[in-house]
Design a protein around this ligand. Structure first.
Ligand SMILES: [Mn+2]
Length: 356
């Protein structure tokens, strides 16, 4: 297990690497380039600079989150071949600098969806929440509310330029149902997984957030059977999963612990996002503090499923609340994520010592 934290780069993240380095248990940061357009090749010099900054701070950078997939690949347009070629080159470029895992998702239009970016908890801390009534409005309004409440920070996967034409983007997906989206995912994987095998990189698909259809959009990474289907569709260790306990747990039908255990055993979980959520009613939820008593997930059982099945991948606390007066990019303050890290590292230590 290697504990990491997400870092948005020197221009995009107000948290310095030096502070992340001081969080006990953290060995590496999960990076990404935010000044490269989706679909373009990530240039070698930019990768070199970013990885170099992590190394200078005494941190590894072996995971990238995310190299986003161009909409044309998800829709299946003829232009996808050029974008896939670019993606292959990005994989090769990242491998040169020691990157081992690439996290990505295959969700149409939205990378994730929350309806409250600054939801106030009884203790005064702020968090993100999803309530169905919050998406019962026009697409433009939903997009505007998320972007307007980001506290001035760019949000991963929510490029304002791309979402400015949200209606046009939706129109492009009108003929894409679950079946077509699956076919397009396999088309993509069949072309990138051989490159990954060649250069020693593993792809890790993130589950849909939330793991059910919203706005009538297709969804293909929702549950155990979807993950099983993806692993078998291109049967290679390089074709793996970013298991996000929060996203998978947003559907109470999903048994998070069984899914973690099965795919860890099958050696397909290369990266784990470990966070707790509190389900309120009818799948509405908010992101709570990490410890089990605060949420709907038993975090001991989460870590146990990884530990007891031989997990060897990377972990990060997914999101954190804003506490102690901190402000910043929603979900990505330093303090609460650091508390999450130490809690998860503590659970891991207990599991290891119990075994001996
Ligand atoms: Mn996640």
């Amino acid at each position: 297990m290697q504990m990491t934290m997400r870092w948005f780069g020197p221009d995009e993240d107000k948290i310095p690497l030096e502070h992340i380095r001081q969080v006990p248990g953290v060995e590496g940061v999960v990076g990404a380039l935010y000044d490269v357009a989706v679909g373009d090749v990530w240039p070698v010099d930019k990768i070199k600079h970013m990885v170099g900054l992590a190394h200078q701070a005494g941190l590894k950078m072996e995971v990238i989150e995310s190299v986003n997939i161009h909409d044309d690949i998800k829709i299946g347009l003829p232009s996808r071949d050029q974008y896939i070629e670019n993606y292959q080159q990005t994989i090769r470029n990242l491998a040169r600098f020691g990157v081992k895992v690439i996290c990505y998702n295959f969700m149409p239009v939205f990378d994730w969806m929350k309806t409250e970016m600054n939801y106030v908890l009884p203790d005064g801390s702020l968090t993100m929440a999803f309530e169905k009534k919050g998406i019962d409005k026009s697409l433009e309004q939903v997009v505007r509310e998320v972007l307007d409440n980001s506290n001035g920070f760019a949000l991963p996967g929510w490029e304002p330029e791309r979402l400015a034409g949200v209606q046009e983007l939706f129109a492009k997906y009108k003929d894409v149902d679950d079946k077509t989206l699956r076919t397009n995912l396999v088309y993509f994987l069949e072309r990138v997984i051989p490159v990954c095998e060649e250069v020693g990189v593993k792809m890790a698909i993130h589950p849909d957030d939330p793991p059910y259809s919203i706005f009538g959009l297709p969804r293909v990474v929702k549950n155990r059977d979807d993950l099983d289907w993806i692993c078998n569709a291109v049967d290679s260790p390089a074709n793996g999963i970013t298991l996000c306990t929060g996203s998978i747990g947003e559907d109470p039908e999903n048994n998070v612990y069984d899914i973690l255990a099965e795919f860890t055993r099958r050696k397909r979980i290369h990266f784990a996002h470990v966070r707790n959520i509190k389900l309120i009613k009818d799948k509405d939820f908010y992101e709570c503090a990490h410890p089990s008593p605060y949420g709907s997930l038993d975090m001991y059982k989460v870590m146990q499923a990884l530990h007891d099945n031989g997990f060897e991948g990377y972990i990060r606390p997914d999101h954190g609340r804003f506490i102690w007066g901190e402000t910043g990019r929603p979900g990505y303050g330093l303090y609460d994520r650091a508390l999450g890290v130490t809690y998860l590292v503590g659970l891991w230590e207990a599991l290891q010592k119990k075994q001996h």
